[in-house]
Design a protein around this ligand. Structure first.
Ligand code: GLY
Length: 332
């Protein structure tokens, strides 16, 4: 065999031997999810996790995989992100999203996005094409238009469920507590994804409509790096969901990362930080975590949180406490 061919084959073998098993873990929001929304959320997280895993299985990057999973949930009315986002006090959608690359800690985030269906893709563009990390409101719109994104009428993003939830909030809601006790799902369904690709690179994406009845101009945890999203190839990745004001005060995503950096495993770190936040601030949250070795952490202090991940040709998923459902999965 020619020596160049021999070297190429050897490198291919070494690369194959040391390549990580790619994993994607996603959530579809924590909260007091009513029973009539359970099936839609479980179906939705399975579709989204497959969308992300397909990219990883073809050798794609963790960043592209988390974007694809979140895009799928932004298009799905079962989740509070993109189409189906909950409404502010003026009856408008005002969406937020963030994405982070663990290789170099680069991040992109947007907030107060009103007329684009996929805030996560604009956040991704901020990461790749902007000297800044976080752009909001009119600036986010100008940036998105400049990068070729097309607007949609803001009303086209409003679902019946979101209208009902706002109406219910206006009658019975407690400001800032809309994730708790809403019959029509007042603000549960923030979406997020954490992935590790075959090169061991980690990425995280999170997207939300926030909470029903939020003040005009309110910004929550989701676009804040360290609260809603964090990724570091040297440690792991985290996406959070739940009561935004509490998550941002507690820097929940980074709290989990710090625990892992100090030697705590992904599952224990996720449980300790979420429980710590709830004990301290008396509001609920959930988080999903992958360690740099591909260990999974899932925990929520809310009544429910939909989640799913694909590992070793199986989809694992659930929404209740102590529930792990399992389907066979063969990448096509
Ligand atoms: N966690 C979503 C929000 O409160 O905005």
């Amino acid at each position: 065999m020619h020596s160049i061919t021999l070297w190429t084959s050897l490198l291919f073998l070494i690369n194959g031997y040391f390549a990580m098993e790619p994993i994607i873990l996603i959530h579809g929001g924590a909260g007091d999810i009513p029973q009539n929304r359970v099936k839609g959320k479980l179906d939705g997280v399975k579709v989204a996790v497959i969308a992300g895993h397909k990219i990883l299985a073809q050798g794609g990057s963790a960043l592209d995989a988390v974007e694809a999973a979140v895009l799928s949930m932004e298009d799905d009315e079962n989740f509070n992100a993109g189409y189906g986002s909950v409404l502010n006090l003026r009856g408008e959608v005002a969406m937020e999203a963030s994405i982070m690359r663990g290789e170099d800690l680069n991040a992109g985030a947007v907030t107060l996005v009103k007329d684009f269906p996929h805030p996560i893709s604009i956040a991704y563009k901020v990461l790749t094409d902007s000297p800044h990390s976080f752009i909001g409101g009119e600036g986010a719109k100008l940036f998105a238009l400049d990068k070729g994104f097309t607007t949609v009428p803001p009303e086209s993003l409003i679902s019946e469920n979101a209208k009902n939830a706002l109406e219910e909030f206006l009658q019975h809601g407690e400001l800032g507590r809309t994730e708790i006790g809403m019959k029509n799902e007042g603000g549960v369904g923030t979406v997020g994804a954490v992935a590790i690709d075959k090169y061991g690179h980690i990425a995280v994406a999170t997207s939300t409509g926030g909470m029903s009845g939020k003040a005009v101009g309110r910004i929550g945890d989701t676009p804040l790096i360290g609260s809603g999203t964090y990724a570091d190839d040297n440690i792991g990745g985290v996406s959070t969901t739940g009561h935004g004001e509490s998550i941002l005060k507690y820097c929940l995503a980074h709290s989990i990362i710090k625990l892992m950096e100090n030697g705590t495993d992904a599952n224990t770190a996720t449980k300790e930080a979420v429980t710590g936040m709830t004990n301290r601030l008396k509001n609920t949250a959930g988080a999903i975590t992958l360690s740099k070795n591909g260990d999974v952490g899932i925990y929520f202090s809310s009544k429910r949180m939909s989640w799913a991940y694909i590992k070793s040709n199986k989809i694992f998923y659930g929404i209740e406490h102590n529930q792990i459902l399992e389907d066979e999965y063969r990448p096509s």
